[in-house]
Design a protein around this ligand. Structure first.
Ligand code: FES
Ligand SMILES: [Fe+2]
Length: 424
């Protein structure tokens, strides 16, 4: 037996420049390492400020298998608290959301404020009064920050700032906000949860995989007479971009600009959404508003768990090496009720309980998971588009939209984090 086999997986060997080893999706030791080196170290998306409109609002969220309570305290500050009573570790919040000045543990009745402070406990005579109440508050994530209302947390006390972590991906969130006549998005339409028997990385890789739509989603394209099929063809002008830091995107703008149709990205026209088009033109002027409506919404996978897919937001939650939950909600643009109504219908059609799009992808995730468990061959090939990769005008590695530039970018960052010395 080699020294490496004793030490654990050799990530530098298992993650190559144009291939990755199947065990990375199936080995429980890899999953345990990923929790420590990725999920409990880097910035992870948790929730959106719009989910907490009032003081003392709370929602239960997650970072991988960890349950997190996102709260807004009485003063309006957002906190990320661990969903674990500081008495004997009972989970405090069972309900997905609520509003309360005192979160009460069901086991022995300790109560906590929405800022995490211990407020009190029943039968006071059982304590001598000397316990340090201040140290018995709920545990919290050491770092919390937000960008455009998207709240991220990190279990690491130190590391790059959120803005540094987001890097070029911040631009996608800016573009998203610009589509709102009030400059803000809201995630207030409620969440659907889809669980799949697959490793989380398959989902991350698939979110910016432009090679599969023509095949996996052929039926929905046919029924919906969608423009999306052409977007993911050999002739498409769209690009796959590696934004660095594990973040990737499909930049669809080159194709949308060639088509030159305001709201074409949304499969509609200005006369179908007159209120929205008017608000945008009033705010930005005709030329800029037209550009924004032609360019449309981003398609970006913010590593490791936030996927913005034009009309909806997915949050990826790994729960075991072969189990992942996808939380999904429609985007809502503040000040755009007519657009939001249509968005809701589109999202129900694509990822709702009877939706076609996510069902197709989920089937692929689970088949893929069964495939990687095969004994031979052991490697997955990731070399599509290597020969035509280029550095684009923004300095990012880019390829055709059907290329695996994005998957290679994701793996390059995972390799960096998983091998020794890799900083987040
Ligand atoms: S475990 Fe919460 S009050 Fe005892
Ligand atoms: Fe898909």
């Amino acid at each position: 037996m080699t020294a490496r086999a004793v030490d654990g997986p050799d990530y530098a060997r298992l993650i190559g420049a144009d291939r990755v080893h199947g065990s990375l999706y199936t080995d429980p030791r890899v999953f345990a390492d990923e929790l420590e080196r990725i999920w409990y170290r880097t910035w992870v998306y948790v929730g959106h400020e719009s989910e907490l409109p009032q003081p003392n609002d709370y929602v239960v969220k997650c970072i991988g298998p960890q349950s997190i309570i996102m709260t807004r305290d009485r003063q309006g500050t957002v906190h990320l608290l661990l969903n674990r009573c500081s008495h004997r570790a009972n989970q405090i919040c069972e309900a997905a959301r609520g509003n309360s000045g005192a979160l009460r543990c069901q086991y022995h009745g300790w109560t906590f404020g929405t800022d995490g402070a211990l407020l009190g406990y029943p039968f006071r005579q059982g304590y001598d009064g000397n316990e340090a109440k201040a140290s018995l508050g709920l545990a919290r994530l050491p770092r919390v920050d937000s960008y455009r209302g998207f709240v991220f947390g990190s279990f690491a006390a130190e590391g790059p700032s959120l803005r540094e972590h987001l890097g070029a991906a911040a631009d996608a969130l800016d573009r998203l906000a610009r589509l709102s006549p009030e400059g803000e998005v809201e995630l207030t339409a409620g969440w659907l949860r889809h669980e799949v028997a697959a490793n989380w990385k398959m989902l991350v890789e698939n979110e910016t995989d432009g090679y599969h739509p023509q095949f996996v989603h052929a039926s929905i394209f046919e029924v919906g007479q969608s423009h999306v099929a052409a977007m993911y063809s050999e002739k498409s002008l769209a690009a796959a971009r590696d934004l660095g830091g594990g973040h990737t995107e499909h930049d669809l703008r080159p194709q949308f600009r060639a088509d030159d149709l305001p709201l074409g990205w949304f499969g509609t026209t200005e006369d179908r959404l007159p209120d929205y088009a008017r608000s945008m033109r009033e705010l930005h002027g005709d030329t800029a508003a037209r550009e924004i409506m032609v360019d449309g919404s981003p398609h970006v996978m913010i590593f490791p768990n936030l996927f913005i897919a034009e009309i909806q937001v997915f949050v990826i939650q790994p729960t075991a090496v072969d189990r992942t939950v996808q939380h999904v909600t429609p985007l809502r643009f503040k000040g755009a009720p007519d657009l939001n109504r249509r968005l809701l219908h589109q999202v129900s059609g694509s990822v709702g309980p009877a939706g076609l799009l996510l069902a197709d992808d989920s089937e692929m995730y689970e088949r893929n998971q069964r495939g990687v468990a095969s004994r031979a061959p052991e490697w997955l090939a990731l070399r599509r588009g290597l020969h035509r990769e280029r550095i684009d005008e923004d300095g990012h590695l880019a390829g055709a939209v059907t290329d695996e530039t994005t998957q290679r970018g994701i793996w390059r960052h995972i390799r960096h984090l998983m091998t020794e010395g890799g900083t987040p």
